[in-house]
Design a protein around this ligand. Structure first.
Ligand code: TLP
Length: 343
């Protein structure tokens, strides 16, 4: 029996069509601007996001770091959710590389209100404070359960920042999941933000890559930062080719991942010793809490039975659905979890 890997949507394998495109893509030296496949992906990504330009990056982490570097200067501050990826999971890049401080704002469910943003903005006329340069938002919000920002809340948050002369960066690692969940165009979600990054290496199934999108000026700055960070790659059309296929063929099918996640979450919520807030299961992530055993014990007991998940806290587990997971796998996963919780 094969392993059911629900650790992340980053474990997805490129599809046969991607592999064919990767094998035959026209290539060039992208640092010189010569890779036609990268250039095409950057053009299409920018259009999809409704922005002037975009630049292809190795990872979402670099995208967020560049989001900080482009939107804030050394000694300034950005506001971000206390559960955000940029704050928790990026090796303190903001502090270590850009000299920018992150002010954390705790939100009940991943959606920051205009009042919270206003309260977090530092007074400009008092030199005790760092200058607030940017607001970082995450959609879908990973640690808050893959929740989708309601569009009006996103707009209100960005409006509040802009009214105070503060820029907005959107970590849209899973922005296509948000668009599919809301049934709207992805550009409508990107619109309130000045800069946005999205990943092709997660639910869209590519081996690697993220795109940073914004005005031509922001993207030019981003290109300089990419080089500085050692992210200037050469014949990267091999990766961009997969991205082009992903944008054509892998977006609509995210609805399947969402349906599988829903089935899985509903089944988990019925198991003894498991609590799962179903209201937060809006896309392909499922977080749940364990009453009797630790996350590490649960993870190990599942692993021994061929089911992989991630412990995200002492008693918290995350499962992620993706292209490599079929409806039948969801039933098998539920049987394994039932067995583990009954043992
Ligand atoms: N998230 C990964 C882990 O790092 C936790 C995952 O498995 O979910 N923004 C968000 C919202 C993300 O979830 C991630 C990756 C990133 C940025 C970083 O992307 P990469 O992994 O390409 O650097």
């Amino acid at each position: 029996m094969g392993v059911i890997d629900l650790r992340s949507d980053t474990v997805t394998q490129p599809t046969a069509e991607m592999r064919r495109a990767m094998a035959t893509a026209p290539l060039g030296d992208d640092v010189m601007g010569d890779d036609p496949t990268v250039n095409r992906l950057e053009e299409i990504a920018a259009t999809r996001m409704g922005k002037e330009a975009s630049v292809f990056l190795p990872s979402g982490t670099m995208g967020n770091l560049i989001g900080i570097a482009v939107n804030a200067r050394q000694g300034e501050e950005v506001i971000a959710d206390s559960e955000s990826h940029v704050f928790l999971y990026e090796g303190a890049g903001a502090a270590a590389v850009t000299g920018v401080q992150i002010q954390q704002v705790a939100t009940p469910a991943g959606v920051m209100s205009p009042e919270q943003i206003e309260a977090a903005i530092r007074p400009r006329d008092d030199f005790h404070f760092a200058l607030t340069a940017a607001l970082f938002l995450e959609n879908t919000h990973n640690r808050h359960g893959g929740i989708v920002w309601p569009l009006d809340a996103l707009q209100a948050a960005a409006d509040t920042a802009h009214e105070h002369g503060i820029r907005v960066h959107l970590d849209g690692a899973r922005i296509f999941n948000a668009a599919v969940a809301l049934g709207i165009h992805v550009a409508d979600i990107a619109a309130p933000a000045d800069t946005v990054t999205f990943c092709i290496s997660k639910g869209l199934g590519c081996p690697a890559g993220s795109l940073f999108c914004g005005t031509r000026e922001s993207v030019e700055k981003a290109r300089r930062w990419r080089k500085r960070l050692g992210g200037g790659m050469r014949q990267t059309g091999v990766l961009a080719a997969a991205g082009l296929v992903a944008l054509d063929t892998m977006v609509d099918r995210l609805a399947e991942d969402h349906a599988n996640a829903r089935t899985l979450a509903e089944g988990l919520a019925e198991l003894p010793g498991i609590t799962c807030d179903l209201s937060r299961v809006q896309t392909n992530l499922i977080y749940f809490d364990l009453a009797r055993i630790s996350g590490a014990q649960f993870q190990e007991a599942c692993r021994q039975r061929g089911l992989l998940g991630e412990a995200m806290g002492p008693r918290r587990i995350r499962f992620v659905t993706h292209d490599g997971i079929a409806a039948a796998d969801i039933q098998s996963a539920l049987e394994i979890c039932h067995e583990v919780m009954s043992a």
